[in-house]
Design a protein around this ligand. Structure first.
Ligand code: ATP
Length: 918
């Protein structure tokens, strides 16, 4: 009883104590009044009195007076309404937490009805979004997997406007937060990544979290769009912003006064948008060449509305997450922050395997098979591929005895053939009961399923040709597909575009599947000239300018873009080319001969081979050469990477050999080329045919440990190994140490910004000691402590060749600094050393300065920022005075005061060599 009394007092008190806050934050008054009236705490007359009050704040004051005067129960119910009608009182939710509100049993029996149109709409949005996002796109339409049961984190790297890394996102909440914002004026959170890396799933997860109120954000409206839908409107179609929002998400019910839309216009910062697949907009430019929409009342083409929203001309201040494939350029001025998706790390992949396979037996089998194939692991860093491989494994393993993943080097074509085999095995002629535990015969499955396969392939190709990822029922029928074919799994309905009630539209399970099927169509076709298989190669080889035109247009409203279709990204065509190479490869002849005449197949293969040979030659010839520190370099363009991928898919040793020979310079640079671990197999396939030594620059890619393992056979001829910023751990260094120490030709080793610890540092030290030509080692921004620092310093001391060492951004501390001081004393060759940002205090600094006084070779010396104080400054001043030949000395961002700096002024008078001191 006593406790109850206390609770009663406390509710009344709370309202008195927090009166000011409530008056300023409580917005939806009608809902409070409706519920107080319905539950009998106030009468009609009370309501009228409140409504007669002019301002909203005064209305809240009146309500507070009323409930306080009605007593404790009324006060408690007042708070309970705020608690129950979450969205209407979202601004007060933190306050409820602050007062630690927990409804009592007495109050929970009183019914609360949400009569606030805005929060009712929010509830509806959340409900619909939860329903639409709780399942992950399924492989067969019968079995659905819950998103939370399969969603696995991926590597999400934050970038600045120059695409330099700002670290990794730790949770999806950070995606919307202020962390790593490089342009506060911009409104777009730009998420980019390769095909199948998980951009759509990331948005789905974000939407799902929001629908369950588990996302840290105060946005109360969430509208999701897929950019491909903007291509299905007719050129003449005009709609209003209101329709765009409500028709393609959900309608507000019982909102006669249009309060929801008005609220959105008044508080755009409460709105969150996701736009998925900016690269998928396939639109003619004429449409763009009309004035922008800036008034929310105007009707316009949906694409114009989209551009106006993205540019902040409409609903300025709303939050927008936009995804696109890597390589699509968007002007930095509209981007707020940038995130690059890098797929699964080895640890993520392990988690994904555990989630995917409930059966221990399957889990173990797959893990063993993956461990034996770093190439497959490399491919599996792109989530789309393990999803296909594992689903196919599960299906084929249950259907057939002894099914194993292919042991030979599996290609992307193999992966999509596997997927098609699973789909086709569902055809009536191959009922599962007949196949159960029978011997698997892929060619029989394909032969039996040839009719639907060819029809789906034709549909995919037609879509590719007109740049569309969506097909109508009519197009499906024209291609010869029947109702029974649809459940096979290649297509899925896309009901969300069907707001008008028109016949359903469909899309392929994934764009990459459409690309694969389009390649199948090119191979299977017996009508057109054989040379038509090359049509997409020709299209892709046409040079295109970077596609940032839509935003140029929408921001400046000036220049008339020169390109017909600025949105169009040709990656899906590149994939079709790649699959064409795979399907026409020798490895697949056996299968394809069951599906197309051997003579035609041979002709197509010869045509492709001849095209690839010519194309490789002309490409290599046209690559830009330049001379740098490490000799003549050739800059490889991203298109060359596609050529390498195609060559690998063909499996043709001749073309690989020719390509290897065609690389005339001694150094190829593939930096910032978006190389992922799976590409290293393709690169290795070509490089293994090269006789001469070669330098390879692959900084700023995503090759990971799997990629390094794939390159193993090529390290024997590598003079330059630059693998900075590539997600490498110590296991990569193990491979490098083994190979580089065996062949001893390496001169430059770049490992900056990876995940190397002291274990890896010890292996790098071994490379330094054992490779007599090694001149330069960059191992900054790793995880090396004093232990690793000592190994490295000791190796440098023994090396007869090394002169440039970069150790920036580790944590070797004073102990490491002392070891380096020792190396400086005994190693006369070092001319450039960076020990910046290593936690070195005056103690370590003094040792280094002393060691340097006797060293006349070191020219450049970096120690910024560390933790040295004035007593170290005195030693460095003496070093300057000693005039050893040092040309650059960087000491800024230490803890020197004016007194410390004064030492340098005098010392500099005696120095003739120093060009720069900081
Ligand atoms: N984080 C993840 N956890 C589990 N599975 C994932 C994840 N990300 C992607 N997948 C799997 O990969 C498939 C493809 O992913 P998604 O469609 O999101 O790729 P995408 O980057 O949007 O590709 P595209 O650019 O081609 O549209 C998904 O259907 C899902 O099965």
């Amino acid at each position: 009883m006593g406790q109850k009394e206390e609770a009663k007092v406390s509710c009344l008190n709370i309202l008195t104590y927090h009166r000011e806050l409530l008056v300023s934050r409580l917005k939806s008054i009608q809902c409070i009044l409706d519920n107080l009236l319905a539950s009998g705490f106030v009468c009609e007359e009370d309501v009228e009195i409140v409504q007669r009050t002019v301002t909203k704040t005064d209305q809240v004051r009146k309500i507070l007076e009323l409930v306080q005067c009605k007593g404790e129960e009324a006060c408690e119910f007042f708070i309970y309404i705020i608690y129950k009608v979450y969205d209407a009182y979202i601004d007060l939710q933190p306050w409820l937490k602050e007062i630690n509100y927990n409804p009592s049993n007495d109050v929970t029996v009183i019914q609360v009805v949400n009569t606030d149109p805005i929060s009712r709409y929010c509830e509806k949005l959340r409900h619909d979004m939860s329903r639409d996002t709780c399942f992950i796109m399924s492989y067969s339409q019968q079995e659905e997997t819950r998103l939370e049961e399969l969603y696995t984190d991926t590597l999400m790297e934050l970038l600045n406007d120059r695409n330099e890394s700002l670290g990794f996102l730790e949770s999806l909440d950070q995606l919307l937060g202020d962390h790593a914002v490089f342009n506060t004026q911009g409104e777009i959170i730009y998420v980019m990544g390769d095909a199948g890396v998980g951009k759509s799933i990331l948005l789905q997860k974000l939407q799902n979290l929001w629908s369950k109120k588990e996302l840290q954000t105060d946005t109360i409206f969430f509208f999701k769009f897929r950019c491909r839908m903007f291509s299905i409107f007719k050129d003449t179609e005009q709609i209003s912003l209101r329709d765009l929002l409500f028709k393609y998400n959900c309608y507000p019910d019982q909102d006669p006064d249009n309060e929801v839309f008005d609220y959105i216009l008044r508080f755009p910062e409460k709105v969150l948008f996701t736009f998925d697949g900016y690269d998928e907009i396939q639109e003619d430019l004429d449409l763009m060449n009309v004035p922008e929409v800036v008034s929310p009342e105007d009707k316009a083409h949906p694409l114009q509305l989209l551009i106006s929203l993205l540019c902040g001309k409409l609903l300025k201040g709303s939050q927008k997450v936009l995804t696109a494939r890597t390589g699509i350029q968007i002007q930095s001025k509209v981007i707020r922050k940038k995130v690059a998706l890098k797929g699964f790390s080895p640890a993520h992949l392990k988690t994904y395997i555990d989630l995917h396979f409930k059966e221990q037996e399957h889990r173990e089998l797959v893990s063993v098979q993956l461990d034996a194939s770093p190439h497959l692991c490399g491919l599996c860093s792109t989530p789309l591929f393990p999803w296909i491989v594992f689903e196919s494994f599960r299906h084929l393993h249950t259907m057939h005895d002894n099914f194993h993943l292919p042991e030979i080097c599996i290609t992307l074509t193999d992966i999509f053939l596997l997927l098609s085999e699973v789909f086709l095995s569902r055809t009536a002629s191959l009922a599962p009961s007949l196949l159960k535990k029978s011997t698997r015969c892929a060619s029989e499955t394909f032969k039996a399923g040839l009719r639907p396969l060819a029809a789906f392939a034709k549909l995919a190709l037609k879509g590719m040709e007109r740049g569309s990822f969506i097909c109508s029922q009519e197009e499906i029928t024209v291609c010869g597909l029947t109702e029974e074919d649809l459940p096979l799994g290649f297509l899925r309905p896309v009901s969300e575009y069907d707001a008008s009630g028109s016949p359903a539209t469909f899309e392929f399970l994934h764009i990459t599947l459409q690309s694969f099927l389009a390649a199948c169509a090119l191979v299977l076709d017996e009508q057109d000239a054989a040379s038509s298989i090359l049509k997409f190669f020709t299209e892709c080889s046409r040079k295109r300018e970077a596609s940032c035109l839509p935003f140029d247009f929408c921001i400046s409203g000036s220049s008339k873009p020169s390109e017909k279709n600025p949105f169009a990204n040709n990656e899906h065509l590149q994939f079709t080319n790649l699959f064409l190479c795979g399907l026409l490869s020798k490895a697949h002849t056996g299968l394809m001969e069951h599906l197309v005449s051997p003579v035609l197949l041979k002709k197509k293969r010869a045509l492709l081979k001849s095209y690839l040979s010519t194309s490789v030659k002309s490409h290599l010839h046209g690559l830009p050469h330049y001379t740098g520190e490490e000799g003549v370099k050739v800059h490889v363009l991203p298109n060359f990477l596609w050529i390498l991928r195609c060559i690998f898919e063909t499996g043709s040793k001749d073309i690989a050999q020719m390509t290897a020979k065609g690389i005339t310079s001694g150094f190829i640079k593939l930096g910032y080329c978006n190389v992922f671990s799976g590409d290293c197999t393709a690169l290795n396939f070509v490089l293994q045919h090269r006789q001469k030594l070669l330098g390879l620059g692959m900084d700023n890619n995503n090759i990971s440990d799997y990629g390094v393992k794939q390159l193993r056979p090529s390290f024997c001829k590598m003079t330059v190994v630059r693998l900075c910023v590539n997600q490498l751990s110590d296991s990569s260094i193990e491979v490098l140490a083994e190979e580089l120490c065996k062949h001893k030709v390496v001169e430059v080793l770049g490992l900056y910004n990876n995940h190397i610890t002291d274990v890896g540092a010890r292996l790098v030290a071994q490379i330094i000691e054992e490779c007599p030509k090694l001149r330069m080692v960059k191992i900054g921004k790793n995880k090396i402590t004093s232990v690793g620092g000592r190994y490295l310093a000791s190796a440098i001391q023994k090396s007869t060749s090394i002169f440039d060492v970069g150790m920036w951004g580790n944590s070797i501390g004073d102990e490491g600094a002392e070891a380096f001081a020792e190396a400086l004393r005994h190693h006369p060759r070092l001319t450039n050393l960076s020990l910046s940002a290593n936690g070195i205090t005056s103690k370590g600094g003094k040792c280094l300065a002393e060691a340097l006084k006797k060293n006349s070779v070191l020219r450049i010396y970096w120690l910024v920022p560390n933790e040295m104080t004035d007593d170290a400054a005195a030693h460095f001043a003496e070093l300057v005075q000693a005039n050893t030949g040092l040309t650059h000395l960087w000491l800024i961002s230490n803890q020197f005061t004016v007194d410390g700096i004064k030492h340098f002024a005098e010392a500099l008078n005696h120095n003739t060599a120093l060009k720069e001191i900081w």
